[in-house]
Design a protein around this ligand. Structure first.
Ligand code: GCO
Length: 255
């Protein structure tokens, strides 16, 4: 009996996957048998990530496009169509961070974060879902949320608003696409040891706050998100829709 978690024969597009959480998710889905499409904005970084995955024995290819550029997203999916590439699993992972108090925040910086962290998930999700629906065999969409999908931290308002939006966009996707056998869910990482968080990791006070605020008493590792991604990308979650699974060391569950 094939494993409920076997992704063999399925193709997964993971946006923003040349490093960090996205790359770890690509490793996890590759390990489960999926062909992974690495996405980023720079060809050299995408090529390097694809090579690293292939060296590990995983099936991988690249797709260079900016998720915040609708025309580029549409062109990328048209190229998939022409090449016969069928995205069965989409992980909307691409995201940026911009830390500044709101009273000092310029609209252009707010907009750039919302464009990349929320609107892009809608645009890429729309292009993937159109094709999943047309193929008639369903699909999986996983949106990367955050602790700040539930509770806010000062100085990251655009990121927080976007991640709160990801929570409800995920439910909207479930509301509209469940009937096509598409399951759309989210993963809410806690504070993870990633390049985006370097400034926080290197700040002794912030590091102490993270370690004292979750019952695990530590930062999470990117690879600790892969199992949840494989679960949500596999047949094991075919009756799960519109949910967020927090991978946060217990942070949100305790006072
Ligand atoms: C920050 C961090 C967070 C984490 C993560 C927490 O500045 O507070 O970047 O946003 O990245 O989203 O779940």
């Amino acid at each position: 009996m094939p494993s409920l978690f076997d992704l063999t024969g399925r193709t997964a597009l993971i946006t923003g996957s040349v490093r960090g959480i996205g790359f770890s998710l690509a490793e996890g889905l590759g390990e489960a048998g999926a062909t992974v499409i690495v996405n980023g904005r720079q060809q050299p970084a995408v090529d390097e990530a694809v090579a690293r995955l292939q060296e590990k024995g995983y099936k991988a290819r690249g797709a260079v496009f900016d998720v915040a550029d609708e025309a580029a997203v549409i062109a990328a999916f048209q190229a998939f169509d022409e090449e016969g590439v069928e995205v069965d699993i989409l992980i909307n992972n691409a995201g940026i961070q911009f830390r500044k108090p709101m009273v000092e925040l310029e609209l252009k910086d707010w907009q750039r974060v919302l464009d990349t962290n929320l609107t892009a998930a809608f645009v890429v999700g729309r292009e993937a879902a159109k094709r999943m629906i047309a193929r008639g065999r369903g699909g999986k969409i996983i949106n990367i949320a955050s602790l700040v999908s539930e509770a806010a931290r000062a100085t990251v308002a655009p990121y927080t608003a976007a991640k709160g939006g990801i929570k409800m966009l995920t439910r909207s996707m479930a509301a509209e696409w469940a009937k096509f056998n598409i399951q759309a869910n989210s993963i809410g990482p806690g504070y993870i040891l990633t390049e985006m968080n370097t400034a926080l990791i290197d700040n002794p006070e912030f590091d102490a706050w993270v370690k004292s605020s979750n019952p695990a008493g530590r930062w999470g590792k990117p690879e600790e998100l892969a199992g949840t991604a494989v679960y949500l990308a596999s047949d094991a979650s075919n009756y799960v829709n519109g949910q967020i699974i927090y991978v946060d060391g217990g942070w949100l569950s305790v006072l």
